[in-house]
Design a protein around this ligand. Sequence first.
Ligand code: 5GP
Ligand code: MG
Length: 229
Amino acid sequence: MSFAKIVKEVLFTKEQIKKRVDEMVSRIDKDYQGKDLVVVALLKGSVVFLADLVRGFTRPLAFDFIGVSSYGSSTSSIGMVTLEKGITVDITGKSVLVVDDILDTGRSLNFVKNYLQKFKPKEIKICVLLEKKETRLMDVRADYVGFEIPNVFVLGYGLDYEDRYRHLPYIASLKEEYYNELSAKITEPSEGIVQDRTAGSSNGRTAGSGPVGLGSNPSPAASNTAKNV
Ligand code: 5GP
Ligand code: MG
């Protein structure tokens, strides 16, 4: 499927993203002066943003990845987040900066924060490229935000539509007609729980093509499918 067919509007161009990410890097780099920084990025949506972010830092840092899957619903507050990949870098006593592509309902970052707290870091801060303010269901606040956006489904610069288009250098909104295509493929969630599937289990991640993040979007229905977000 061509980009032009699914893209409604380019919200942020490559140049606008670069300018904003550079501003964020300067501020974050300054804020972490003298701190032992570990950047923990959520797979897969944050990878492009992470790569641009960390290359601007002038201080030593470690980075690691965390994998979560989201189950969401637009029609109720039921939601489930599962841990698919835990951290391997030691964060005890360290300053952790969690990096994600977008803060939407807040379920993923709320889950990740709770998970990381168990390792007793010195502090945890959150950095997201995008934030949808209207859709928050959990009490999570980002310390660094690139752009605020309305409640539309976006893709590009790491963000996917059906696991594609993450490589686009710009951020665009998806045409509404594709929201309907997505919701036709998905069904109701079963349980509203949050769980750690890596604990004592060898389960792989649940494959699915459901629209992660559509939980808060205007038209799509609920999802019981999951994927790394
Ligand atoms: P949460 O609802 O837990 O705050 O967000 C979970 C994840 O859903 C985000 O990290 C992101 O991967 C995905 N997400 C939320 N909104 C969008 C969106 O508009 N587009 C895409 N591609 N993903 C989204
Ligand atoms: Mg994500």
